[in-house]
Design a protein. Structure first.
Length: 234
């Protein structure tokens, strides 16, 4: 079992520029092509975090965006969607650890992961509507697996700034703590079938805590195995 880590660090605010999106995409593609992702082999999890304490990411690079032509803007949005889609398609559990501000496109990125862990000092916001723009990275559809429509309106339309405790109560994050070593070790030790069920539960916004999802995924995997052993349909 292993944890494959991607650490964001552009030397500044971790802006989601074209180069940053391209780099994240390359990291995910490399991981996806490794033997550790093969469901028949030893399992691994994908972990994304920031290498800069107290800051996760500050969203898209607005200076870069202002210079885009319409075609460049479309290509930029499409590249973000493709990278985030590639994360969602991974057959392993994906986890993002957020420490500090998670703003705009960075929130879209976080929503592409199965599980979102945050430190108590983390804050979440999506100021696009205040700036007169709509996110092109898919956050306006991915929120359904995490929060209620009322909470989504507060984030995407009212531009609310949400602290870690409130984000936990809304379902935007799955756990708030200073460290997540035990949780990550447990996730990295899952068998392929339990992993599949856990990902399915996470994608459907089951309204359960990670521990409850893990317990239910384990029970579903055991039921699957018992039915298969008895010759029943899975």
């Amino acid at each position: 079992m292993s944890i494959h880590e991607i650490a964001l660090d552009d030397g500044g605010m971790n802006l989601l520029s074209r180069s940053m999106l391209r780099w994240i995409g390359e990291q995910v593609e490399t991981f996806a092509g490794s033997a550790s992702v093969n469901p028949t082999n030893e399992q691994s999890i994908l972990l994304l975090r920031s290498a800069r304490p107290g800051l996760f990411a500050a969203g898209a690079d607005m200076v870069e965006m202002r210079a885009f032509s319409s075609l460049e803007a479309e290509a930029f949005a499409r590249s973000g969607q493709e990278v985030f889609d590639s994360i969602e398609r991974l057959p392993v559990v994906t986890v993002v650890v957020i420490d500090g501000d998670c703003v705009g496109g960075a929130l879209d990125l976080a929503l592409a992961f199965d599980l979102r862990f945050a430190t108590p000092r983390s804050r979440f916001s999506h100021p696009g509507a205040k700036l007169g723009i709509v996110t092109g990275f898919g956050g306006t559809s991915r929120w359904r697996k995490a929060v209620t429509p009322a909470a989504a309106k507060q984030l995407f339309l009212a531009n609310a700034v949400v602290g870690a405790a409130e984000a936990l109560s809304l379902g935007l994050v799955d756990r708030v703590s200073e460290t997540f070593d035990d949780e990550l070790r447990q996730l990295a030790g899952l068998d392929p079938r339990t992993t599949r069920f856990l990902k399915e539960l996470s994608s459907r916004g089951a309204g359960l805590t990670p521990s409850q999802r893990l317990l239910l995924a384990d029970r579903l995997a055991r039921l699957y195995d018992s039915r298969t052993a008895e010759g029943g349909s899975a």
